[in-house]
Ligand binder design. Structure first.
Ligand code: UDX
Length: 477
C-alpha cells in the first residue's frame, strides 16, 4: 500500500523540528513510500550528513534569510513569521501544482508545529494533510483543553503556583510550573499561542482529522486514550529517533542524523567516553535554543566540579547559532580554565547526542527536557536530572519526574536560580547507589525496552504507522 504514497513533508526550520521529521521520513521510506522533504535554503545548506537514499528528494525555498536564519528568540520573530508564511505558502502552492503534472504526484502533506498556513494551502489544492505533532501527547491535550472551554480554568489556576490543575482524563494534576510556558502570564512569545490555536482549529474543521504524535502509546496511555480531543484521532508513531539507536545496531551508523549545526573539528568525545567506567558520566546539554545566564552556568560548573563525577558538557558556540551578542559568552565563565583542565570533565560545542546517550559510560543526562532529548534519553534508558527552561519542556519535566519516574526535577530559589547544592544533591541521587537511584535506573530500563519494542515489527508504533498509511491510501484513491 505504501508504494503508492508520495508524501510532501515541511517543518519549521529548527533542529528540534527537523530531527523528528527526518526520522519520520526514514520510516516512511522503509515502508516503501516516496518523500519530498521541503525546507528553507538556509537550513538545507546547514544540513550535514544529507541523506541520499532512493525515494527521498529535497525541495528548498527562501524564507528571506538564505545566509542566516532568524533567531527564534528575536524580537523580530513576528515579522519573520509573516514573511515565512507568505513565502512558504507561495512555494507550497507551486510545488503541489507542479507535482500534479508528474506521474507520481503528492498524495499527502505532512507538516509540523506553527505552520498553520501549510494545511490551508493543501486544503485549497485538494491535497490531504496530516499534522506531525513533535511534542508529547500530553502537551497537545493541554493546548486542546486550553482552547476548548478550559482556558479560563487553566489561566485562573495558574496564577497561584500552589494550585493543582486537574484535566479530565489525565490521572495526574499539574501545577503552573508544569504547564507549557506559552500558557503562562509571563510568556513573551506572543505569536506562538495564536498559531497553535489556529492549527488545532483547522483540525476541527476536517472530516476525519488525524494527528501523528511523536510518542509511544505505552508512554502516554492517558493522554492518548482517555483525554477527549473531540473527533481528532491521535496516532502515536514514535519515538522518532535514529533506528540505529533503537535496534541496537552499530550506533555510529548515524548517517541519517540530520545535524544542522556545523562544528569544524571532529571532537574526540567518543574516545573520551570509551575511557570511562560504565554509567559513570554525567552528560549535560540544554538543546538548541535555551540560553542560560552566566550566573546559572557558574552554578552548574561549580556543582559538576565539586561532585567529582565525570561530565561531558555541551556548551554551544554562540557563533554557531545566531545568539544575541549580549547573551552568555562561554569563555567568560570564571571557572572555565578549571573546567578545561579537569581530568574528569570534557566540554564540547556540539556532539551526536544519540550516540552519546547510547554509550555504556552514561550515568545520567542533565537536560532542558526538550521533547527530542527526552525521547532520546528514554530510548537509551538513561535517567535524567531535569532542568526545563520554557515551551513544552516544563510539562516534559513533570512526565519525567512524576509519571515515568525516571528523573528528578531541580528546584530553583526565589530568583529562579538553581544553586550548586541543589544541583549536587540531584546528581548524587540520580548517579548514586541508593534506593531512589536504583528505582530511576530500573524505570529507565523499562521505558527503553518499551520504546524499542514499539518500533519493531508488530510493535505499537509500527502497527499504528502501517494502519495510518492504509487509511491515507483509502482517502487518496
Ligand atoms: C525545542 C523544544 O523544547 C522541543 O520540545 C520542541 O519539540 C523542539 O524545540 P530543542 O531545544 O531543539 O527543542 O531541544 P530538543 O527537542 O531536545 O532537540 C534537540 C535536538 O538536537 C536533539 O535531537 C538532540 O539529539 C540534538 N542535539 C543537541 C545534538 O545532536 N547534539 C547536541 O550537542 C545538542
Amino acid at each position: 500500500m505504501a508504494q503508492n504514497h508520495h508524501f510532501l513533508i515541511i517543518t519549521y526550520p529548527l533542529q528540534g523540528h527537523i530531527n523528528p521529521a527526518l526520522q519520520f521520513t526514514k520510516r516512511l521510506i522503509s515502508l516503501g513510500a516516496k518523500v519530498t522533504f521541503a525546507t528553507t535554503i538556509h537550513l538545507y545548506s546547514r544540513l550535514i550528513n544529507k541523506p541520499t537514499i532512493p525515494g527521498l528528494s529535497f525541495a528548498t525555498f527562501s524564507d528571506g534569510y538564505d545566509d542566516g536564519q532568524k533567531s527564534f528568540g528575536d524580537e523580530d520573530i513576528v515579522s519573520y513569521m509573516s514573511e515565512f508564511t507568505r513565502r512558504g505558502s507561495e512555494f507550497l502552492t507551486n510545488i503541489i501544482l507542479s507535482s500534479k503534472q508528474e506521474n507520481h504526484p503528492f498524495t499527502c502533506l505532512i507538516y509540523t508545529l506553527i505552520l498553520s498556513w501549510a494545511p490551508k494551502v493543501a486544503h485549497e489544492l485538494h491535497l490531504p494533510s496530516t499534522l506531525l505533532w513533535i511534542q508529547a501527547a500530553t502537551v497537545f491535550d493541554i493546548f486542546y483543553y486550553y482552547f476548548h472551554e478550559h482556558g479560563d480554568y487553566i489561566t485562573n489556576k495558574s496564577k497561584d503556583e500552589t494550585c493543582l490543575i486537574s484535566l479530565p482524563g489525565l490521572s495526574f494534576s499539574l501545577k503552573s510550573r508544569d504547564l507549557p510556558s506559552f500558557l503562562l502570564a509571563s510568556n513573551t512569545y506572543t505569536f506562538a499561542l495564536p498559531s497553535l490555536k489556529e492549527q488545532i482549529q483547522l483540525l476541527n474543521e476536517e472530516i476525519n482529522p488525524r494527528v501523528l504524535v511523536n510518542t509511544v502509546e505505552e508512554f502516554e496511555l492517558d493522554a492518548l486514550n482517555k483525554v477527549d480531543v473531540g473527533k481528532i484521532k491521535m496516532i502515536p508513531i514514535g519515538p522518532l529517533i535514529p533506528s540505529a539507536f533503537l535496534d541496537g545496531k552499530d550506533p555510529t551508523d548515524n548517517s541519517f542524523g540530520g545535524d544542522v549545526v556545523r562544528v569544524d573539528s571532529k571532537d574526540d568525545y567518543i574516545q573520551w567516553l570509551d575511557s570511562k567506567d560504565e554509567k559513570s558520566v554525567v552528560y549535560v546539554s540544554f538543546g538548541t535554543l535555551a540560553v542560560l545566564s552566566k550566573r546559572q552556568m557558574e552554578e552548574i560548573a561549580r556543582a559538576l566540579l565539586d561532585s567529582g563525577f565525570s561530565f561531558l558538557w555541551v556548551i554551544r558556540d554562540k557563533k554557531l547559532q545566531q545568539q544575541k551578542e549580549e547573551e552568555v559568552d562561554d569563555d567568560e565563565l570564571s571557572c572555565r580554565e578549571e573546567l578545561e583542565n579537569n581530568m574528569n570533565g570534557k566540554i564540547v560545542k556540539w556532539c551526536s547526542q544519540v550516540e552519546v546517550l547510547s554509550h555504556r559510560s552514561l550515568g545520567c543526562f542533565m537536560t532542558h527536557c526538550g521533547w527530542n532529548s527526552t525521547l532520546e534519553s528514554l530510548g537509551s534508558g538513561v535517567p535524567m536530572v531535569a532542568f526545563p527552561q520554557w515551551t513544552d519542556q516544563t510539562t516534559n519535566a513533570k512526565l519525567i519526574e512524576d509519571v515515568w519516574k525516571t528523573g528528578l526535577r531541580m528546584e530553583h530559589d526565589e530568583e529562579g536560580m538553581v544553586k550548586v547544592e541543589e544541583i549536587r544533591k540531584c546528581l548524587e541521587v540520580v548517579m548514586g547507589k541508593g534506593e531512589k537511584g536504583e528505582e530511576l535506573r530500573r524505570n529507565a530500563k523499562k521505558w527503553k525496552d518499551l520504546a524499542r519494542a514499539a518500533v519493531k515489527e508488530g510493535g505499537s508504533s509500527n502497527r499504528n504507522l502501517r494502519s495510518y498509511l492504509n487509511d491515507i491510501a483509502c482517502i487518496t484513491q
